[in-house]
Each structure stands twice: as structure tokens, then as C-alpha cells.
Design a protein around this ligand. Structure first.
Ligand SMILES: Cc1cc2nc3c(=O)[nH]c(=O)nc-3n(C[C@H](O)[C@H](O)[C@H](O)COP(=O)(O)O)c2cc1C
Length: 319
């Protein structure tokens, strides 16, 4: 099954479930269409002559991956899609040479997921009860994850339509981020950075990476897309921390654009859910594999030998 069919089938099946509304956006719903509009603003500058045979493998913070296409942070609603949903996703991502990222709630079987052999990242939320937040960070590390994520953007929890979903959160201060840094012994990634200022603060706190993300339209309405702010963030912290982008990336062409803007990895949220709903473990693996194949095809025709060689001048911006 091709990507288009997997997405269609997966979305149709999920929309029919009682939790289908989780695919939607906060309040007005502006962000999802806006993400698409921004991604569609860029076309490719081909270089057909002397085309290259590209590789998609990459090494990020000591982790070797077959592809820069990874899973974005999510737990809910994966266990409700297939019985062993999280395990299916872990195995699929391992087969594809990708990376798994869990969200809220922190999976009870996190240790087992990490034991599959796929690099696993797990997030903690900025819970109002800071003792509980630090306990979460401790539990995550005990499970043997590769990196720890902290949701710097979830200071007001999450919201879909007019319904508050995650609550009991409050924004982190720079001092608290520094305290988190001290308690996390593996690489620390701040998820949800969309401004130069926040990027500088995360770097000052000692983060190893950040996810340039509007949280899949589940936090604040009218947030920009990652492509709109990546340039200022690269300027501020490029070279100091790694950058990951997510939000609306659906095809190899989208991924190429994110990498050309300076991200090292691109996360997929909803596509993972569609793949799992449509075809189980195979569906998730196919999504990563097919997007990676699309990337390879494009890279060959725009003259990029490896993901790190994708640059902004390979894109043409619509006027
Ligand atoms: C159903 C659902 C649950 C999510 N849960 C979390 C979460 O627990 N923590 C988090 O940081 N982000 C969460 N996200 C946001 C994703 O990590 C990611 O930023 C976003 O989905 C990427 O956009 P995309 O879905 O358009 O690919 C969630 C997104 C969705 C759709």
C-alpha cells in the first residue's frame, strides 16, 4: 500500500473511534492548515546533471539511524489503536532504523520498549507538582531511555478544540530547566521551542537538543510552523545543540524542506497513528520506509549526498 492509501485508510479508521477528535487542533483549528500552507511555499531547485547517489543514514548525539525520519512524542491514543500498540510501534521503528518518542502518559512498559533495541526518548511534562515532575524524570531514566525530553511548551497543558486535555502544568523557569539538566544524566531535549529567546535559554540551561514544534496544534492557537522560525533558531544556537523539527511533515518532500532549514531530524506525529491504524506494525514501518525512499529520490535530483548536505539554497520560495 502506498503512503496516500495508508494515510487515507488510517485517518478514516481513527476518525470512527471515540478518540478521533485527538487528531484535531486547539480552538479555531488554524494551525493544521497553516502548517500545510507553509510547507507548500517551497519548491525544489533541481540539479539533474552529475546527480548523486544519496545516503539517508545519519548520526545524531551518538545515535546511529538509517533515516532522519523519527516518531514525534506520543503515547495517547496508541494503546487504544492496537492491543500492543506501543510495542508494535517500537518494533516497526526498529525495523526501519528510526527512533521512538513517547509522550503522556509515560508508558508503563517503557523499559520493555527500550529493550526492543530501538532508541527510545520519553518526555516529561512541566507538572505543577514539581516533585512529581522530577519523579517522572527519574522513572524515565531508570527505564533505560536514550534521551530524555522535557515539554517546555506545555506550561498550560494541552487543549483540543475547546477541551483542556492535559492540565496541572505550569511554565518552567530557566532556573528550573537548569535543575532538570542537573538531574538528567543522558542527553536532554527541550520539546517545543519556537523563538530565538527560548532557544537561547534552553541552550543556556545545557540542553543537548530542542524540538522546533508547535506541539501538533495542541497547545497555543496561532503558533507558527517550524520552517518559519528555524532560521532564527539556527542563528542563535546552531552548532551548540541539535535541532529536530515536527508539525505537518507527511512526505519525503516535506522532510527535505525541514532538513534544508537546518534540522537534523524530522518527527512524525499523526502519520504514525495512521500507519498503525491502517496496517499495524507493518503500516508504521512502511510510512518511515516510504518517506525515506521519497527523500532519497529527491536528494539524488537536487544534489544532496547525505541529509547533512541539504541546504536552504536547494529550495525556491514562492513569492
Ligand atoms: C494524539 C496526539 C498526542 C500527542 N501527545 C503528545 C505528548 O504527549 N507530548 C508531546 O510533547 N507531544 C505530543 N503530541 C505532539 C507530537 O509530538 C508532535 O509535536 C506533533 O503531532 C507533530 O505534528 P504532526 O502530527 O502534524 O506530525 C501529540 C500529538 C498528537 C496528534
Amino acid at each position: 500500500m502506498g503512503l496516500t492509501d495508508i494515510y487515507r485508510k488510517g485517518e478514516r479508521l481513527l476518525r470512527g473511534k471515540e478518540f478521533g477528535w485527538l487528531l484535531d487542533a486547539v480552538e479555531t483549528g488554524f494551525i493544521i492548515e497553516h502548517d500545510r500552507r507553509i510547507l507548500d511555499r517551497y519548491t525544489f531547485r533541481p540539479q539533474y546533471i552529475d546527480g548523486v547517489e544519496p545516503k539517508t543514514a545519519c548520526r545524531v548525539l551518538e545515535v546511529e539511524l538509517a533515516t532522519p525520519v523519527i516518531m514525534s512524542a506520543m503515547t495517547m491514543p496508541i494503546p487504544a489503536i492496537t492491543e500492543n500498540g506501543l510495542m508494535d510501534v517500537a518494533e516497526a521503528l526498529k525495523e526501519a532504523g528510526s527512533l521512538m518518542w513517547t509522550g503522556t502518559p509515560i508508558p508503563k512498559n517503557l523499559k520493555k520498549l527500550a529493550a526492543v533495541g530501538v532508541p527510545v526518548v520519553a518526555n516529561a511534562k512541566p507538572l505543577r507538582d514539581r516533585d512529581q515532575m522530577f519523579q517522572c524524570l527519574e522513572d524515565i531514566q531508570q527505564a533505560g531511555v536514550t534521551w530524555v525530553g522535557i515539554e517546555t511548551d506545555a506550561g498550560q497543558g494541552t487543549k483540543v478544540h475547546d477541551k483542556q486535555v492535559a492540565s496541572d502544568c505550569t511554565p518552567l523557569s530557566l532556573k528550573e530547566l537548569k535543575d532538570i539538566r542537573k538531574k538528567v544524566s543522558c542527553p536532554l531535549i527541550c520539546k517545543g521551542v519556537l523563538s530565538r529567546r527560548d532557544a537561547e535559554k534552553c541552550a543556556e540551561a545545557g540542553a543537548d537538543g530542542m524540538v522546533v514544534s508547535n506541539h501538533g496544534a495542541h497547545t497555543l492557537d496561532y503558533l507558527p510552523h517550524a520552517l518559519q522560525v528555524l532560521e532564527e533558531i539556527v542563528e542563535a544556537v546552531g552548532g551548540k545543540t541539535i535541532l529536530i523539527a515536527d508539525g505537518g511533515f507527511r512526505r519525503g518532500s516535506d522532510v527535505i524542506k525541514g532538513l534544508a532549514f537546518g534540522a537534523s531530524l524530522i518527527g512524525l506525529g499523526r502519520p504514525i497513528l495512521y500507519g498503525l491504524a491502517a496496517e499495524g506494525r507493518e503500516g508504521v514501518r512502511e510510512i518511515i520506509n516510504q518517506i525515506t525512499e521519497e527523500m532519497q529520490r529527491i536528494m539524488s535530483l537536487i544534489g544532496a549526498k547525505e541529509p547533512g548536505k541539504l541546504t536552504r539554497d536547494m529550495l525556491v520560495e514562492d513569492p
